[in-house]
Write a protein that binds this ligand. Structure first.
Ligand code: BGC
Ligand code: ZN
Length: 367
């Protein structure tokens, strides 16, 4: 069967690879699930893997099948699988356990191991292929009514984790009634963060680079949130106008914004950082001022990466709520479909150059 792969370490090496058809028997204890891929989203991570900035092949291979935002349908299950059955729509989590205590208790997303295993990213093949098998432990069911937007679940889980971690951290306050939130960045993650915060009833301001109106700002306004372009209003002025922010979710991919966000955060607030910034950018900041306000304001900043299955499950619930509360909204994020694994060049072309793209994804097979 076909798969889209890269040769790790070699820039722009994306190509079509050939893999044997997998079988549920590869998974121990009769717990295997064979999934037929329907749609796979791509993001900055795939771009950076193809640029050879990171990414490693599984042992015994000189290529890595990419794609970590999968959506598919169960084709067959092992004899000891009761959780899903053929025909069910499913998404698999990305990270597989290592050996730290966090991995052992099912929270692989919190691993302290230096080497981590992520399907489509590091040391494990991904989902840009026709079929995959995995342990049912890592497979999450998506209701039929969400099949059109199921490919958005993996990015949604990144947001779920960040926001739930923020609420968990804020239990330190005994009483925390967040009212105002800011989201930095209006890409897929920023849009989904705005959605989730609106579903929790917060007043949400999204800061983006592009001047409005454009699709992303319209989507934000359709949620009853506000969009501000940093070319017209600085984050700090925005915070004076619409803050103080109890929660800030950073998802721009541009690290200097972190230090502005630290200054825009209200007393007792929490700042969530989710951008994976592979570069080496440096920046000068008002360190005393930022530190002083953080100390005097009892503020928190937390990093978040990946997501374990509990966030996939809550992501499904929020997507269902979103479908009811903002019908058609999630579908509007699916801007750039590319049909067929064989069109991997077009997929990357869209990912790199498409104007106005929110989610670029491969239609591996018809829904
Ligand atoms: C993925 C996460 C992953 C992270 C770091 C992101 O693009 O969505 O699942 O943990 O990259 O590799
Ligand atoms: Zn990703």
């Amino acid at each position: 069967m076909k798969a889209i792969a890269v040769t790790p370490g070699k820039p722009n090496s994306v190509h079509l690879a050939e893999l044997p058809m997998p079988s549920v028997r590869e998974i121990p204890n009769g717990r295997g699930v064979l999934v037929r891929m329907l749609r796979v989203g791509v993001d900055g991570t795939d771009k950076e893997i193809n640029a050879a900035e990171y990414g490693a092949a599984p042992e015994g291979f000189n290529f890595l099948v990419i794609g970590h935002e999968g959506f598919g349908q169960v084709e067959a299950v092992g004899p000891n699988v009761t959780e899903v059955e053929p025909g069910d729509y499913v998404v698999a989590t990305v990270r597989r356990p290592g050996s730290s205590i966090y991995d052992l208790i099912g929270t692989n997303d919190m691993t302290t191991d230096d080497t981590y295993f992520e399907r489509g990213i590091n040391l494990r093949h991904g989902f840009l292929t026709e079929y995959y098998v995995d342990d049912v432990e890592y497979i999450v069911k998506v209701p039929q009514g969400l099949k059109e937007v199921g490919v958005l679940l993996e990015p949604m889980t990144v947001v779920q984790k960040g926001i739930q971690q923020a609420y968990e951290i804020q239990r330190r306050l005994r009483v925390w009634r967040p009212k105002k939130a800011a989201v930095m960045g209006a890409g897929t993650i920023g849009l989904l963060a705005a959605l989730v915060l609106r579903l929790r009833g917060l007043d949400v301001t999204v800061f983006g680079k592009t001047a409005k109106p454009y699709l992303n700002s319209e989507l934000i306004e359709a949620l009853g949130a506000r969009y501000e372009s940093t070319s017209e209003l600085s984050v700090l002025t925005g915070a004076q106008k619409y803050g103080p922010f109890d929660l800030i979710f950073e998802a721009t991919g541009f690290s200097p914004i972190v230090f502005e966000s630290m200054q825009a955060l209200g007393k007792n607030g929490v700042l969530v950082l989710s951008s994976v910034t592979g570069g080496e950018r440096t920046v000068e900041v008002p360190a005393d001022k930022i530190n002083l306000e953080f100390v005097l304001g009892n503020k928190v900043m937390v990093g978040t990466v990946n997501a374990n299955r509990e966030y996939f499950e809550s992501g499904v619930r929020d997507m269902a709520q979103a479908a009811a509360q903002y019908p058609g909204w999630l579908n509007r994020l699916l801007t750039h479909p590319v049909k067929g694994l064989e069109n991997y060049r077009a997929l990357f072309e869209q990912l790199t150059n498409a104007k106005g793209a929110i989610k670029v994804f491969c239609e591996v097979a018809a829904l």
